[in-house]
Ligand binder design. Structure first.
Ligand SMILES: Cc1ncc(COP(=O)(O)O)c(C=O)c1O
Length: 446
């Protein structure tokens, strides 16, 4: 395990980020990669390499990466099997002016694995795949409105919700500005609160005959309330609305067949990306034949959706997830991480618990809400200094193991003790060296 021995600093990276902000509006391509999402000035910003469970940053620091490429890495960085398959594929060409049989092979794999999958389309990312699913659902039903719950990417169909200000506040984070989204889309994407069947039913009644789809994250890091998704399924069927599960963040961590097999509710369509291909750009929209087939006459078309790199990476990753029984491994890893961090919390007296499903644990601080941002930043800051990159939720991958849990527990022991000290003194702000974390995500689907 690479030691995090020398004095930690990220000076070169912060200078580079300054240059980036002059050239790239917003500084990064993904909000979750902005320094402000972590402990700015302490957390790593630019990686130079990664291997297994670890990343190395531009200033030469090495960290256990508990963010796993924002969920895209499920087997571990530079997985030898996936990377070898991709490298071999490169030698035969990455893209052609005609198709490649991998397109059909991967579709067969998805259909054989995922309960709702009878037909398949591809994409290059999660938001992309969600937008395709929405287009297909609208086209198949000849209706426009989408009821949604959770986060579904950057596209107009979704951001249109915030043309009615505040709609996304509890689904992503507050004050998202819908500038650039056509005003005429106002009222076309309507949020509903997670776990509240009556509220969903009310919306379906209010917009009766106009709703194309219910698009939702079935869960994130907590199991849904008993019977909730069955009720959603019943309502979708009753109103003849396409039920779409966005499985981008849950991916194949809890089950090699997707989270729909874990919750036992089968949607009409489902959307996958990120962990489907262990770090290569890929997404998939799968669904029942009657919903998917009308897409043949819709304009859903793009050059890179069937490049052989994404296809080969996805096919190999899915097979490796099954062959190595990654979901069982991640459940054991997550359970171990949760137990260990809860022991450290008890030992240090820190008001924090590690909760959530085993494949996606998260920390919850039992403190006054006014202190959450500061304490979270302090946690991220102190963990980063000790070689653990992450925030308060953990994206697991199969390259992480006991060694990483142990190092994380040791770092947490010091961090939790410092948090206790800061809370006791009532001056958390003086312990925070980083710029305070901004853009805290307020996930509605836990
Ligand atoms: C549930 C969900 N849907 C969609 C997306 C968007 O995926 P991408 O960033 O690949 O466009 C994300 C990304 O975090 C996600 O978590």
């Amino acid at each position: 395990m690479p030691a995090h021995s020398r004095q930690h600093n990220v000076d070169q990276q912060m200078k580079l980020y300054k240059r980036a902000c002059e050239l790239i509006p917003g500084g990064t391509q993904l909000i979750s990669r902005r320094p402000s999402r972590f402990a700015a000035g302490i957390s790593p910003v630019y990686a130079t390499s990664a291997q297994g469970a670890y990343i190395t940053d531009l200033d030469g620091n090495t960290y256990i990466d508990w963010v796993s490429g924002i969920g895209a890495i499920i087997l571990g960085y530079c997985d030898p099997v996936v990377d070898a398959a991709v490298k071999k594929q490169i030698d035969s060409g990455t893209i052609y002016s005609i198709n490649h049989e991998l397109e059909v092979e991967l579709a067969e794999e998805l259909v054989a694995t995922i309960p709702c999958a009878e037909m398949v389309r591809y994409a290059k990312g999660g938001g992309d795949a969600c937008a395709i699913a929405v287009r297909i659902a609208r086209g198949a039903t000849d209706r426009d409105k989408i009821l949604f719950c959770g986060y579904h990417g950057w596209h107009d169909w979704y951001l249109a919700a915030n043309l009615s200000p505040g709609s996304l506040d509890s689904h992503l984070f507050p004050q998202i500005d819908p500038t650039g989204v056509p005003q005429c889309l106002a009222g076309s994407a309507i949020p509903f609160p997670y776990g509240d069947t009556a509220a969903l039913e009310q919306l379906l009644d209010l917009h009766s005959g106009e709703v194309a789809a219910i698009m939702m994250e079935p869960l994130r890091s907590e199991m849904p309330p008993e019977g909730y998704l069955e009720q959603v399924r019943r309502l979708a069927t009753k109103h003849n609305v396409v039920l779409i599960f966005d499985e981008v963040s849950t991916g194949f961590r809890a089950s090699a067949a997707g989270v729909q097999t874990v919750v036992g509710t089968i949607p009409d369509m489902a959307v996958f990306a990120k962990s489907i291909s262990n770090g290569y750009a890929m997404g998939a929209v799968v669904g029942k034949r009657d919903v998917m087939k009308p897409a043949a006459r819709m304009f859903v078309s793009s050059t890179y959706w069937s490049d052989t790199i994404g296809l080969r990476a996805a096919l190999t990753t899915l097979r490796e997830i099954r062959r190595r029984d990654v979901p069982t491994k991640l459940q054991q890893l997550g359970r171990h991480l949760k137990t260990t961090l809860n022991e450290v919390a008890a030992e240090t007296g820190c008001p924090v618990s590690c909760v959530g499903i085993d494949t996606h644990p998260r920390l919850e601080f039992d403190i006054d809400a006014s202190l959450t941002a500061q304490v979270t930043t302090l946690y991220i800051q102190e963990m980063a200094k000790q070689g653990c990159h992450g925030y308060t939720s953990y994206y697991l991958n199969a390259a992480q193991g006991d060694t990483e849990v142990e190092q994380t527990a040791n770092a947490a022991r010091k961090t939790f003790s410092l948090i206790v000290q800061a809370l006791d003194k009532g001056n958390v702000d003086q312990f925070v060296e980083a710029s305070q974390q901004e853009d805290l995500f307020h996930r509605l689907v836990k």
